[in-house]
Unconditional design. Structure first.
Length: 301
């Protein structure tokens, strides 16, 4: 077993205490150990990841291009413009910007742009949305932002090992839910929260997404995916705020992950990326199926 290897929250917390390091630092060292690369090479790889993510955000907030089916496109731009007239908004600058960034990534994905599937393509908006917007707010240096990303990665790894990151196996709890949990922890680390607080944030975030159906219209990662990512930023930031304020998850993160695994096991295949249930079989969903030449699915009520 590698010195920095972890599979659960419990193991990660033990490593953090033993080495007096943050979750992000342990994750970075584990990746270096596992891949046989130097810590600086691993850090550089994460920098490249960050740059691709930023690029998608920058392109997305400028774009007004619609996706091929016309279901999405241009909303990130609208949200970004809304930042200029904040009195009309109930959210603050950080949350509105986070939502616009998350939408930007989803819209880029829908129009064949380059994104980072962090943790998956469907859930790729929340982490850049939350981490980049908050980093801009408190002018976090590069090191802080990268550590937040490493911390998010560690949470993703724990979910992947204990449950799943596949919507085909676990529904949207495994994509957007995982992304929100990862973002909540990463943000908490960026703000100087303890490793325990990071996991309380991810536990509170993931609990809010347990059982979420994967029911995309026409099987395309557009509706409801992009707006789910956008609104997921609010939950991620809120969960981090709760953890920083001292609120604890009554159920530890490892147990929440096991609950997610249990729900995945008993979830109907109709709401696991098959477009056979939920929003995908609404009147609007079936209209999209028809346009795509897919078989219409009657709603099972
Ligand atoms: S609805 Fe399905 S395809 Fe869309 S983000 Fe969620 S898991 Fe991914």
């Amino acid at each position: 077993m590698n010195q920095f290897e972890f599979h659960t929250t419990e193991e990660m917390l033990a490593l953090c205490h033993k080495h007096k390091l943050s979750i992000g630092e342990i994750a970075k060292r584990y990746e270096a150990e596992r891949s046989g690369k130097s810590a600086s090479a691993v850090r550089n790889k994460m920098k490249q990841t960050r740059d691709v993510m930023y690029d998608a955000v920058k392109k997305g907030i400028r774009s007004t291009q619609k996706s091929k089916m016309g279901m999405v496109g241009g909303d990130a731009h609208k949200m970004h413009l809304a930042l200029k007239k904040m009195p009309d908004m109930m959210g603050n600058k950080v949350t509105v910007r986070a939502m616009s960034y998350a939408m930007a990534v989803g819209e880029q994905n829908a129009s064949m742009g380059r994104i980072v599937a962090f943790p998956t393509a469907g859930g790729a908006g929340v982490i850049p949305g939350v981490l980049f917007s908050c980093a801009e707010h408190f002018k976090a240096g590069k090191r802080k932002l990268l550590n937040g990303m490493f911390c998010s990665s560690a949470v993703g790894l724990i979910i992947a090992e204990g449950a799943t990151l596949s919507a085909a196996k676990g529904g949207c709890q495994a994509e957007v839910g995982a992304g929100v949990a990862m973002a909540a922890a990463g943000l908490t680390e960026m703000r100087g929260g303890t490793p325990e607080q990071c996991f309380h944030a991810s536990a509170m975030a993931l609990k809010s997404y347990l059982g979420l159906a994967c029911d995309p219209l026409g099987g395309l990662v557009e509706v409801p995916c992009i707006k789910r990512n956008s609104l997921g930023c609010m939950v991620g930031i809120g969960a981090s705020d709760m953890a920083i304020a001292g609120v604890k998850s009554f159920i530890p993160f490892d147990e929440v992950v096991l609950a997610m695994r249990n729900i995945a096991k008993i979830m109907s295949p109709k709401i696991r990326e098959t477009a056979l249930g939920g929003l995908a079989v609404t009147k609007t969903g079936n209209m999209i199926k028809q346009k795509l030449g897919m078989k219409i699915t009657p709603m099972d009520l």
